[in-house]
Design a protein around this ligand. Sequence first.
Ligand code: ATP
Ligand SMILES: Nc1ccn([C@@H]2O[C@H](COP(=O)(O)O)[C@@H](O)[C@H]2O)c(=O)n1
Length: 234
Amino acid sequence: METAARTAPAAVIVGIDGPSGTGKSSTSKAVAAKLGLRYLDTGAQYRAITWWMLNNGIDVNDAEAVADAAGKPEIVSGTDPSAPTITVDGADAAAPIRTQAVTAAVSAVSAVPEVRTRLTELQRAIAAEAPHGIVVEGRDVGTTVLPDADLKIFLTASAEARAARRSGELKGKEATDLAATQAALIKRDAADSGRKTSPLAKAADAVEVDTTELTLDQVIECVVTLVEEKRAVA
Ligand SMILES: Nc1ncnc2c1ncn2[C@@H]1O[C@H](COP(=O)(O)OP(=O)(O)OP(=O)(O)O)[C@@H](O)[C@H]1O
Ligand SMILES: Nc1ccn([C@@H]2O[C@H](COP(=O)(O)O)[C@@H](O)[C@H]2O)c(=O)n1
């Protein structure tokens, strides 16, 4: 008896955007791991280039100096969702890119068009090479990096919920004042939403998921279901 040949599902490209602390990284990694996809944290790349600028004495508020240096660091992202990596000129940058110094400087660096052009090219190349597909998270994935993504998600949550999540995360590492955390989140979101080039924005065809009242597991389940629905009709 002949058996029907099983065909592997087509590669699927998923873009997940949203403001800080809405759960993009946690959700994207888990969804990618569950579905056998690669995972790319574009925010880590903006943090990595910012870390390099700070280490190399570039004034991050001098857009011309940042633009001139934008092509210099070599940034490499590892896309295994269970162990994502990021190196800058061969050095492991996973920990130093998460410091408050980098967090405070990253919006200025990411507003520089030459930085965005460089990283957008890198992100598209990584997505194009993912054999079974990829979950790419950031601020402009649906609008600019991968406008033809199969599925676009825009995560939101109240500023209070996001600050509470972040404060829990920072406890024991750096200062954890809830009001200061919330103010810093709002300031970074305003800078990211207000820049001229590729601002943080929901793509017109993105599915918005408000995570304020959802557990992380519920958000993951919701996104997995949306991907599976897309795959079913592909
Ligand atoms: N739905 C949720 N409920 C409770 N906690 C959550 C939820 N989603 C994420 N978290 C927690 O909130 C924190 C921030 O999540 P995460 O880093 O995934 O957000 P993000 O959107 O990627 O943030 P950023 O853009 O600043 O990198 C993490 O500690 C994560 O475990
Ligand atoms: N597509 C993106 C992703 C990130 N940024 C900038 O990087 C900052 C850090 O992002 P995290 O997700 O690690 O918090 C973010 O505040 C943006 O300035 C971006 O511009 N575009």
